[in-house]
Design a protein around this ligand. Structure first.
Ligand code: SF4
Length: 74
């Protein structure tokens, strides 16, 4: 089965999230809860922090579920 990836972009970067890899550690929610909010319909809101903060938090994801994607998806 193909691994599902969901993309979230701001003007500068795109975050890729692979739900199948997420181990629900909650690191992202604890570290940057305004951006990563599982209770919101679109759980990642790229407008809630600047790109540097988002990149720093994405790097702390222990499972690799979150990553920074260079290209915006078509
Ligand atoms: S830090 Fe990564 S593994 Fe943990 S909840 Fe967030 S996306 Fe999932």
């Amino acid at each position: 089965m193909a691994e599902k990836t969901i993309y979230y972009s701001n003007e500068e970067i795109t975050v890729a999230w692979k739900p199948a890899l997420c181990i629900h550690s909650g690191n992202c929610v604890r570290g940057l809860g305004k951006v990563f909010d599982p209770g919101r319909k679109s759980w990642i809101d790229m407008s809630q922090a600047d790109s540097a903060q988002i990149v720093a938090q994405v790097k702390k994801c222990p499972s690799g579920a979150l990553s920074i994607s260079e290209k915006k998806p078509a």
